[in-house]
Design a protein around this ligand. Structure first.
Ligand SMILES: [Fe+2]
Length: 371
């Protein structure tokens, strides 16, 4: 059985100019970027590449319609390499461009057929959450469905990931908080996944301890201190990406997808809503297993009793970002069963990785408890 797979070369590069020189960018490169980051750090030093911005295609997280328009523009030139500069949404959209396929974008996400890679991809993350720069996963919202769908296929591994903390310096606090909580969730879901093993646990454990240690420092020194720790958060999110690319994420992501899909709640924030309730359920349902090991790691990081880890974790994360009620996003009681059905029917890819076989009734209770 394959225990560990990582197909992306990881580079730590200090500045954009060093990247441009080392990778010899030319007119056969197609750049997909977050506009503000590109204009701040790259515009003056790149001259002969075709550049498009995610905002040209739409706002928010990727949809099949946005990816369709991007694929259309990409096919107008003869590009050999794609450079994605941005958060998880930018990198996830760019991943689809490497594929040799005439299928519609929604077919790619729904049919899950064999995928053939025909272009190179360099991924440069500008947030500290998704880990998409080292994962074989792309996520999009499909217009004919009210939820998000993912493809997990080795053809989607970026060829190179560039870790450049400098690019995160202008990351707003809210984006930082939601991304870093998302990275913590990747690491925790990976750690207890049914596919977790000693190799993936190495990366997920390190990511969990780095993120919780850094959050502790922010709690002590004040919110503005996050800017001094972005390099740590970026590496931690990269480690979490390496871990979950092997194990998948689980029920937290699955349960969050309808909330993001219907009410456009940011990915990390939607996941955050369900993190502690899902893990408390895991802990209450099956105490012997990986959750035991996770509880010890969390109790050490949070300096609390093992029996209190999830209430303490929620308190600590509340300092970083206060948690909302689901009604604050517009979600209604009528949505609960619709969302739970959608999770059970459409998110088996994620649910099968979960620590327990979570039932529809348990999902309904998790939603209901958040009102
Ligand atoms: Fe995530």
């Amino acid at each position: 059985m394959l225990s560990f797979n990582q197909q992306t070369k990881i580079y730590q590069i200090a500045t954009p100019i060093e990247f441009v020189e080392q990778f010899k960018l030319s007119n056969t490169d197609f750049i997909v970027a977050s506009k503000s980051c590109y204009e701040t750090y790259f515009a003056k030093i790149i001259s002969d590449c075709t550049v498009v911005f995610k905002s040209d295609y739409g706002i928010g997280e990727p949809t099949d319609e946005m990816i369709y328009a991007l694929r259309n523009d990409f096919t107008k030139g003869n590009y050999q390499r794609i450079v994605a500069i941005g958060g998880g949404s930018v990198i996830d959209m760019a991943k689809i461009l490497v594929l040799k396929s005439n299928d519609s974008t929604s077919d790619l996400f729904e049919k899950k057929q064999d995928l053939i890679k025909s272009k190179q991809l360099i991924a440069i993350p500008t947030t500290c959450g998704a880990g998409s720069e080292v994962s074989n996963i792309s996520i999009a919202k499909l217009s004919n469905k009210k939820s998000k769908y993912g493809i997990a296929n080795d053809a989607l591994y970026p060829d190179c990931a560039i870790i450049m903390p400098m690019l995160l310096q202008n990351l707003p606090y809210f984006a930082f908080a939601t991304s870093s909580i998302d990275a913590l969730i990747h690491a925790m879901e990976s750690f207890v996944s049914s596919k977790s093993n000693i190799y993936t646990s190495l990366f997920s454990t390190k990511a969990i301890t780095m993120i919780l240690d850094a959050i502790k420092q922010i709690e002590i020194k004040g919110q503005d201190h996050y800017k001094d720790l972005l390099g740590d958060f970026l590496v931690a999110s990269n480690f979490a990406g390496i871990a979950f690319s092997n194990t998948g994420t689980g029920a937290v992501h699955a349960i969050s997808y309808p909330l993001s899909g219907v009410y456009d709640v940011m990915h990390g924030q939607a996941n955050y809503q369900f993190l502690c309730s899902v893990f408390q359920l895991y802990n209450d349902s099956k105490q012997k297993g990986k959750i035991d090991e996770l509880n010890i790691i969390l109790a050490n990081c949070l300096n609390c009793e093992i029996s209190d880890v999830y209430t303490t974790l929620q308190e600590r994360l509340n300092v970083l970002l206060p948690i909302n009620k689901l009604s604050d996003y517009g979600m209604t009681f009528d949505d609960i069963v619709i969302f739970a059905n959608s999770v059970v029917i459409d998110q088996q890819r994620l649910l099968k990785n979960s620590y327990i076989d979570i039932t529809k009734q348990q999902i309904i209770k998790i939603y209901t408890d958040q009102f």
